[in-house]
Design a protein around this ligand. Sequence first.
Ligand code: AMP
Ligand code: GLY
Length: 424
Amino acid sequence: MNILLIGAGGRENAFSLKISQSKHCTKLFIAPGNAGTAQFGQNLPIDVLDFEAVKAAVISHQITFVVIGPEEPLVRGIHDFFLADPALAHIPVIGPKKDGAQLEGSKDFSKNFMHKYGIPTASSHTFTIETLPQGMAYLQNHSLPIVLKADGLAAGKGVLICTTVAQAQAELTLMLAEAKFGKASAKVVVEEFLHGIELSVFVVSDGQNYVILPEAKDYKRIGEGDKGLNTGGMGAISPVHFADAAFMKKVEETVIIPTINGLRQEGIHYKGFIFIGLMNDNGQPSVVEYNCRMGDPETESVLPRIESDFLELLMAVADEKVADYQLIISPKTAATIMLVSAGYPGEYITGKTITGLENLKDSTAFHAGTVLDNGLVKTNGGRVLAITSLQPDLFTALQQATADAGRVYYDGVYFRRDIGFDLL
Ligand code: AMP
Ligand code: GLY
């Protein structure tokens, strides 16, 4: 069958590699894709938030299966758009409808959902401009630090961790009264700070049952030793040794099953990935956030460990047959190191020529922000390349990924050399 994959990052590059390897894939199209996805299919230069343009591409390329990578088209209702159009309604779309995408699209929705279904998470309260005075009073007696979250999508910037009450009050006012994050901060969730070590858990649901994918750990800060500004993710590893069978059993019983059951009880028929951001506090899992998609760069560590046909898993989601699907996972360790542009996560320059990709010894380069320009691969984003090495153990994977990251060059290239070493 002809498949359309929506997205343009490292996650979609990993998806496109796996999907193109499947015996069920006739032709893969990626919209808009990048220089990396072009190795595995045909890029379509369309605006994926223009659903009419997506429809035109689906019809002209006789596409019969659609996979959505990023959250924004899902939160804006691309799946609902397909269902509402008689020419598209029969085409399976992997990724939730608008109702399910609220797990990520509205922090207020997801907190209410977790509180309602008894899923462990930080205690919280939501405020709006009308309840700003109550919010200011609420902050007065709050434990420190205080976490403020813009309700809507804010390009990964909507979470603030405030160390004083005065700072939290100033930020709450900016978010609600001055629209610091635009419409996304029309509601603000104020929540308790969770201590512990973070873990990304991935589940794929067919609306009835679920499959748990390999877990991963993401490294969010720009600087070594987890210092400096937050980024989209500077690296990842999978598996994560503290996510042992006993911990994962707790996660399944206290988080995953109540989430799947809660969605069903809400009448949300969820077909797609659920990314559960967890805090492990001395063996007790607590949910930091849900995302309605796979993680990036976690996918670049998780997918290389999946040995079974990944497209068959997605087809089982479409057919509501994941209960019968056998996921085969490699026991090896994947380590991913992200190469970023100078200045990232602040303002950065693009258009730099990338060299050395042919010199990698034992890693895969997943393209995140690249573009083909007259036969040259050039930087085209803050996060440029995810270098993944799959090896028998964590140390070898880290050593190989780090060495291979050093073999790639462009003006201003930066990467962290300490990814995963905290877990050795
Ligand atoms: P989010 O956008 O919800 O993923 O939050 C971004 C990051 O902020 C998370 O990955 C955590 O590192 C941090 N964070 C969010 N909420 C909390 C919390 N309640 N306690 C501690 N850290 C948090
Ligand atoms: N790596 C975190 C995310 O994808 O949101």
